[in-house]
Design a protein around this ligand. Structure first.
Ligand SMILES: [Zn+2]
Ligand SMILES: [Zn+2]
Length: 163
């Protein structure tokens, strides 16, 4: 979606609210199995003493796969949107986006903010115990039998601690 800022350019203090959906085509992450509906953005572009700033929030509901145990889980991700709209961009600052005449490419801003905010780890819960490296059992569901075969060095240590 393109947003025309004609009304607020050259009008310090003015603001233009927006609502948009993020097109998830091409936004594939290994840990995201599916998007539940389209992510939605709400925000505004404000003319702050002549500088155009975009702020807002993007909410995405996703079906994710845990990096540690492989279980699918629902996740709601909220991304804070930040962009400064400029006439010239040297490509160094990811928060700068080019004005095209009086318009901006809102899709590009939403996508960039979303991708930069994507976690590198997806866990079904903070303290996910993962899978047993020996038998593959999901240890969140309870201990497996492997724990009984203790490393002989630990067995000695346990005996010492028992005394
Ligand atoms: Zn997990
Ligand atoms: Zn096991």
């Amino acid at each position: 979606m393109r947003l025309n800022l004609r009304e607020i350019i050259g009008n310090p203090g003015a603001a233009l609210p927006f609502e948009a959906e993020l097109d998830t085509d091409g936004l594939d992450f290994p840990a995201v199995r599916a998007y539940v509906g389209k992510p939605r953005a709400v925000g505004r572009v404000t003319n702050e003493a002549g500088v155009l700033k975009l702020t807002g929030e993007l909410t995405a509901d996703m079906l994710c796969v845990c990096d540690r145990c492989g279980t699918e889980f629902d996740s709601r991700k909220t991304t804070a949107l930040h962009a400064t709209l400029v006439d010239e961009d040297d490509g160094e600052n990811p928060e700068l986006f080019l004005l095209e005449g009086t318009e901006i490419d809102l899709d590009e801003i939403l996508r960039t903010n979303f991708v930069l905010d994507m976690e590198s780890k997806f866990l079904c819960r903070e303290d996910c115990k993962g899978l047993c490296p020996r038998c593959g059992k999901n240890l969140n569901l309870g201990p497996c039998g492997c724990g009984k075969e203790i490393d002989p060095r630990f067995a000695v240590l346990e005996q010492l601690l028992d005394k």
